[in-house]
Write a protein that binds this ligand. Structure first.
Ligand code: AQP
Length: 334
C-alpha cells in the first residue's frame, strides 16, 4: 500500500504558489493512494507569528484546502497539534540527527538570515517534518522544489533510526515534485512565499487580483511600451501558462515579442483568466465558511484517524528504543 503525507503551514493564506506547487497535486493523489494531509501549526510557530491570528489562519487553511478539492471521504485532513505524537517522535529524531545536517539546510539559512536571533525551533524544523512523514510510514511526499532537500534529510533520519533500532521499520520516503515546482512571487525574483508578502491568495477576487498584478515585475528588458520582450524572461508568462488557455498563452508570447501588447494589457488578460479559474474554489470556500461546524467535524475526525496510526507507530518506537511502557500516560490518551 502506498501512503502519501504532506503538510502546509497556516502561516498566512493559501497562495497560488502553494496551490500549484503542492495542493493541486494532492487533490489528484487522494484518488489513488492513502493520503494524510496536515495543517502544520507547530511548524508555523518557528517564525515570528501573530498569536491572535494563528487560530483563524488554521481554520481558514482548512477551508481553503477543502475548497481547493481535498475530500475528507478520500483523504485524512487534520491539524498537527491535535496529534501529539508528532512532537514526541520529533524529539526522538533529534537524538539521531546530526547538527551539521540541519545547519546546512537552505531554507534554514535563508530564514535565519531574516531573523534577529535564530531559534532552535527553526533549526529543528526538518526534524519535526521527518516525524510528520514517518509517523504514518509514508512512502511519498508531494512538495514544491523548496522542500526536496528536507525530504532527503527525512530519508537520512529514517536510515539512521533504522540502523540503530530496527531495520526497515521506517520506509525511506520520496519527494514527488510536480510541474509547477517553483512559482515565483510578484517581485519576479523570490519564491512566492507567505512570509515574503509577494503572493496572490487563491481566494482573491478579480479586483484584488488586478491590484496585485498591476505593479508585478515583468521582463526587465521591457522598459517602455514599445520595447519587445522575451516571454520566457517574464514571471507573468509563467502564470499565463498555469491559468490561461493554450491559444491565449500563444497570443501572449507573440504580442510580447512584437510589443503588440504592453505589460498592462497582458496583466489584464491574466487577471481575468485567473479570476475565472479560481472562481469555483472561491465559491466552495464561501459555502464552507457558512458551515464552520462542518469544517470542525472534518478536522476532528481527521485527527482521530491520524491518531490511530500515530499511536501504533509510537508504541512500536518506544518498545524498540527500550522505553518503559506506560500506556495510561501516553499523550493522546490523557
Ligand atoms: N512558490 C512556491 N512554488 C511551488 N511550491 C511552493 N510551495 C510553497 N511555496 C511554493 C509548496 O507548498 C507546500 C506548503 O508550503 P508550506 O506552507 O508548508 O511552507 P513553505 O514552502 O515555506 O511555504 P511559504 O508560502 O513559503 O510559507 P512561509 O513563508 O510561511 O515559509 C510545500 O510543499 C511547498 O513546497
Amino acid at each position: 500500500m502506498i501512503r502519501v503525507f504532506s503538510g502546509i503551514q497556516p502561516s498566512g493564506e493559501l497562495h497560488i504558489g502553494n496551490y500549484l506547487g503542492a495542493v493541486k497535486h494532492w487533490v489528484g493523489l487522494q484518488d489513488e493512494y492513502e493520503c494524510f494531509f496536515c495543517i502544520v501549526d507547530y511548524h508555523a510557530i518557528t517564525q515570528d507569528y501573530d498569536v491572535d491570528a494563528l487560530e483563524s489562519h488554521t481554520f481558514d487553511m482548512a477551508v481553503s484546502l477543502l475548497a481547493a478539492g481535498l475530500d475528507p471521504g478520500k483523504c485524512v485532513l487534520f491539524v498537527q497539534s491535535h496529534v501529539l505524537e508528532h512532537t514526541e517522535l520529533a524529539w526522538v529524531f533529534t537524538t539521531v540527527t546530526p547538527l551539521g545536517e540541519l545547519e546546512r539546510m537552505t531554507q534554514f539559512k535563508e530564514k535565519a538570515q531574516r531573523q534577529e536571533s535564530v531559534l532552535a525551533g527553526l533549526l529543528n524544523y526538518p526534524v519535526l517534518q521527518a516525524a510528520d512523514v514517518l509517523l504514518y510510514k509514508a512512502n511519498r511526499v508531494p512538495v514544491g522544489e523548496d522542500q526536496v532537500q528536507h525530504v532527503e534529510l527525512i530519508r537520512e533520519i529514517a536510515r539512521k533510526w533504522n540502523t540503530r533500532y530496527g531495520q526497515d521499520f521506517f520506509p525511506e520516503p520520496h519527494a514527488q515534485v510536480g510541474r509547477a515546482r517553483r512559482i515565483l512571487g510578484l517581485d519576479g525574483q523570490s519564491k512566492m512565499s507567505k512570509s515574503l508578502g509577494n503572493t496572490i491568495g487563491i481566494l482573491e477576487e478579480l479586483d484584488g487580483i488586478w491590484e496585485l498584478l498591476r505593479p508585478a515585475v515583468t521582463d526587465p528588458a521591457r522598459v517602455t511600451r514599445k520595447d519587445p520582450g522575451t516571454p520566457e524572461m517574464c514571471n507573468l508568462y509563467a502564470l499565463h501558462q498555469q491559468f490561461s488557455p493554450a491559444y491565449t498563452v500563444e497570443e501572449v508570447a507573440n504580442k510580447c515579442r512584437t510589443a503588440g501588447w504592453g505589460c498592462l494589457d497582458c496583466k489584464r488578460v491574466l487577471a481575468d483568466n485567473m479570476a475565472v479559474a479560481l472562481a469555483p474554489i472561491r465559491e466552495r470556500a464561501a459555502e464552507l465558511r457558512a458551515r464552520p461546524e462542518r469544517v470542525q467535524e472534518v478536522l476532528e475526525s481527521g485527527a482521530e484517524r491520524a491518531r490511530s496510526v500515530a499511536r501504533e507507530t509510537m508504541r512500536e518506537v518506544r518498545e524498540r528504543m527500550g522505553l518503559l511502557s506506560a500506556p495510561q500516560a501516553t499523550p493522546s490518551e490523557t
